[in-house]
Write a protein that binds this ligand. Structure first.
Ligand code: ADP
Ligand code: MG
Length: 597
């Protein structure tokens, strides 16, 4: 059951009883109105009876006054007669006003006429006779008057009898109505109770079923959440990276096992502590504390790019090289609700990388050693031949010539050994390097190698193409690239080295290019198949089997990046047009990250 049908039921629970009660109230009002009408009828009857009695009493007063006057001839006694006479027309009018049905009205007219007749035919002539001093002993007249009055009284009695009967009927009807009303009220209450009971019971049953269902659903969801939380917790606990979660204020909430191991804090100790306390990190080169990552992430609401060259000071004081990154934990509105910091110990990786670099240097040196031995062997051979020749020659001129030749050969040996030494003698700060000079000295060392491989090599580098950098490292780069080119082309291949100064602006592909010195090494080897192009700069990727280390390009890129430069490789494997071009762009005066690579 969803929220809207739940609402619907609740509305029904309220609306149905209200409607039922209103219906009950309407019936009750109708009943009350009916009985009120009956009460009004009874009241009207009472007023009618009272008025009729008043009329009867007034006529009686007149008769009494008349009798007294007749006996005493004292006109004072007639006062009652006249008083009643004055009141009677009004009383008759009021009584007539209370009559609605025609038979009653004619009865009332009959009473009024009987009274008028009594007055006209008896009372007034009698008064006139007494006033004229006549005799009042006329039996006939008195008998007629009595009959007239009897007729009047009988009519009055009849009318009242009818009215009283009507009143009694109305009272009976009122009693019946009250009884009906009570019965209806009881019945309605009972019916309403039953209806409401059954109806509401059904609705409440629906609601309670819905409640039970949603309760079950909630419990199921809570269990699911618990299970997935448990899964996440286990995953978090078992991953090899350190994970710390914090609130947006930078207070630590959780640490996984690796984070506890690397920081030296247990989760219980670390909870609620500031991150900088639990996870103190420093710049590897400057030793300065790193800016608070939580504040940066909360401010930007973005992932924090992985940082290298970070030192983590463990709680016991020892320092680890780490790589760390961070991300905001967002709420439903996408606003940062917390921060997760992920880091890993790269101390071992850093050491093995350094070992690899040393290894590759040794490999380069080893490969060169053979060609150097060859290079040195030739001039030394010449020198020993020249010395041998000089020994047996008496001619001074010829000896001087041999000596000059021997010096030349020795100078070449010295040059080779110097070049060899410069490969290893590293300056501490970047120095100005003449690229033409450097490439020429590399070619000198590799000369015999190229001869053995029968590779033709040419170069076109201007004289003043200079950059700042570490010479030994750049030598290693170019030695690697030239060796790769020579190994790719094989016998009778050609390699051309070109150098030029490029200005900032879009390059051939439209991408942005910085200004600097560009060296391109172009060979006409078979080229590199497209499917392996993306693997070239990965460590240990080689197609040369035992002969290769797969480190040359990887190390070269590291060195060039450190020198603020870029290395790009384009290759073609076409039938007629095949070969590889490596372009190295070096910044003229780079800001070199001394600790990198
Ligand atoms: P390695 O020379 O020890 O194999 P590198 O990192 O120097 O390692 O080179 C990796 C791979 O790149 C080589 O094995 C080779 O397949 C390919 N490669 C590099 N330079 C060239 C080139 N100029 N022509 C053809 N293939 C090349
Ligand atoms: Mg190589």
């Amino acid at each position: 059951m969803n929220a809207s049908s739940f609402d619907h039921i609740l509305k029904k629970v309220v609306i149905v009883p209200v409607i039922a009660l209103l219906a009950g109230a309407a019936i009750l009002v109708w009943q009350i109105r009916e009985s009120t009408k009956t009460v009004n009828v009874i009241e009207t009857c009472d007023r009618r009876i009272a008025l009729t009695l008043t009329i009867e009493k007034l006529v009686l007063d007149q008769e009494t006054g008349l009798r007294g006057y007749e006996i005493t001839h004292d006109p004072r006694l007639l006062q009652r007669y006249f008083d009643a006479q004055a009141e009677l027309p009004g009383a008759f009018d009021r009584r007539e006003a209370l009559v609605r049905i025609a038979p009653r009205r004619s009865e009332l007219t009959g009473i009024r006429n009987a009274y008028e007749t009594w007055q006209q035919a008896f009372a007034r002539p009698l008064i006139a006779t007494i006033q004229a001093g006549g005799s009042t002993n006329d039996v006939n007249l008195n008998l007629r008057g009595k009959l007239m009055m009897d007729d009047f009284r009988e009519r009055i009695a009849n009318l009242n009898q009818v009215t009283e009967k009507f009143r009694d009927d109305s009272v009976t009807r009122w009693h019946r109505q009250i009884l009906n009303m009570m019965v209806a009220l009881l019945g309605a209450a009972l019916l309403l109770g039953l209806v409401l009971g059954f109806y509401t019971r059904r609705l409440i049953q629906q609601v309670s079923t819905a409640f039970r269902q949603s309760h079950d659903a909630l419990r199921f969801r809570a269990e699911q959440t618990f299970r997935s939380e448990e899964k996440l917790r286990t995953t978090l606990r078992s991953i090899g990276d350190g994970v710390i979660t914090c609130d947006t204020e930078g207070r630590v909430l959780t640490l996984n096992d690796t984070a506890q191991e690397l920081t030296g804090w247990t989760e219980r100790e670390a909870r609620e502590q500031p991150l900088a306390e639990v996870f103190p990190i420093f710049d590897e080169q400057t030793g300065q504390p790193r800016a608070d990552p939580v504040a940066r992430i909360v401010r930007s609401n973005q992932l924090l790019r992985p940082e290298n060259h970070t030192l983590l000071r463990r709680r016991d004081g020892c320092e680890l090289f780490i790589e760390e990154s961070g991300a905001p934990i967002r709420d439903k509105q996408g606003q940062p609700d917390g921060v997760v910091i992920v880091f890993r110990d790269v101390t071992m990786a850093r050491k093995s990388q350094q070992a690899l670099l040393a290894n590759e240097k040794l490999a380069v040196a080893g490969r060169l050693a053979a060609s150097i031995a060859h290079e040195i062997h030739n001039p030394l051979d010449s020198v020993s031949n020249l010395l041998f020749l000089m020994d047996g020659v008496a001619d001074d001129g010829e000896r001087d010539h041999f000596l000059a030749l021997a010096k030349q050969e020795i100078a070449r040996v010295t040059q080779i050994s110097r070049a060899m030494l410069s490969l290893y003698r590293e300056s501490r700060a970047p120095v100005l390097i003449d690229l033409r000079e450097m490439i020429e000295s590399i070619l000198l060392l590799m000369d015999s190698r190229f001869n053995t491989l029968r590779v033709h090599i040419s170069h076109d580098i201007p004289n003043d193409l200079c950059v700042r950098g570490f010479p030994a490292e750049l030598r290693q780069v170019f030695t690697n690239l030239l060796t790769n080119a020579a190994e790719a082309t094989g016998p009778d291949g050609t390699i051309h080295i070109a150098g030029r100064f490029v200005t900032a602006g879009p390059d051939d592909d439209g991408a942005r290019r910085e200004q600097g010195a560009m060296i391109t090494i172009e060979d006409n080897g078979p080229g590199i198949p497209e499917n392996i192009l993306h693997q070239l700069f990965q460590p240990f990727f080689t197609t040369k089997g035992e002969r290769g280390t797969g480190l040359g390009l990887w190390i070269s890129r590291g060195i060039i990046t450190k020198h603020g430069g870029t290395i790009e490789l384009t290759s073609s494997t076409g039938e007629a047009d095949h070969g590889t071009t490596v372009s190295v762009l070096l910044a003229v005066d780079p800001v070199i990250d001394v600790a990198a690579a």
